[in-house]
Write a protein that binds this ligand. Structure first.
Ligand code: TYD
Length: 213
């Protein structure tokens, strides 16, 4: 059977990642693959309920971390691991790198605790019983100042989007640190390019892995 593929898309709010999931799904579908599009926090009814709370209610950073990992556990067990076991392509709008970037770097919460939760939630759920991690993470990298301009006036900001640019500078550094620590998993996408050029970069990153002709 075809091996499942787990691809996450990451970046600060306003980096434009979400608009590229459809195009990427189309490429895999054209190649005959079954694609499962999903997002975090979310992806199951319970996890979507937790998402609403996390994105709207002010809360202690440990509470916030526990809720995003609780949502992730449901998502991994009910959706991601079964789809991978069926050989599908899972395209996930954010995963655990977002927790290290937002709760860890952004809020300054203890990354040792986050790593422990990551082990509990993703342990033994990967292919071969290893820690479940994306096979590829597309990191949409954009200067926080430009992302803030793109977000301004777009719609009513949620709890994170309403944060000042300094918060997103820390989040961006969090992503850069995660990418440096696991360079083989990450592909940096220059998200300041025009949309068509960003789409080309995304397709090239996936082709380089040999997953698309
Ligand atoms: P986002 O993915 O940007 O969706 P939308 O395009 O609908 O705004 O929103 C999710 C928000 O949740 C984003 O601000 C990042 C935040 N988040 C965390 O703080 N921690 C996490 O672990 C995850 C997955 C997301």
């Amino acid at each position: 059977m075809t091996r499942g593929l787990f691809i996450s898309l990451e970046g600060i709010d306003g980096a434009g990642k979400s608009s590229h999931i459809d195009a990427l799904a189309g490429l895999f579908e054209a190649a005959g693959r079954t694609v499962r599009r999903t997002r975090e926090p979310g992806g199951t009814p319970l996890a979507e309920t937790l998402r609403t709370l996390v994105l709207s209610e002010p809360m202690d950073p440990l509470t916030e971390s526990l809720l995003v990992f609780a949502a992730r556990r449901e998502h991994v067990v009910q959706v991601i691991a079964p789809a991978l076991a069926r050989g599908e392509v899972v395209l996930c709008d954010r995963f655990t790198d977002a927790t290290f970037a937002y709760q860890g770097a952004g809020r300054g919460f203890d990354t040792g605790v986050l790593a422990t939760l990551e082990g509990w939630v993703q342990g033994g759920q990967g292919q071969g019983g290893a820690l479940l991690q994306p096979d590829l993470t597309l990191w949409f990298d954009l200067a926080p100042e430009i992302a803030a301009e793109r977000l301004a006036g777009a719609r009513l900001p949620d709890k994170f989007e309403a944060q000042p640019v300094e918060f997103f500078r820390r989040v961006a550094r969090g992503y850069a640190d995660r990418a440096a620590a696991d360079a083989a998993r990450f592909e940096r996408i220059g998200a300041d390019a025009p949309r068509e050029a960003v789409r080309t970069q995304v397709a090239a990153a996936v082709r380089r892995r040999g997953w698309l002709a």
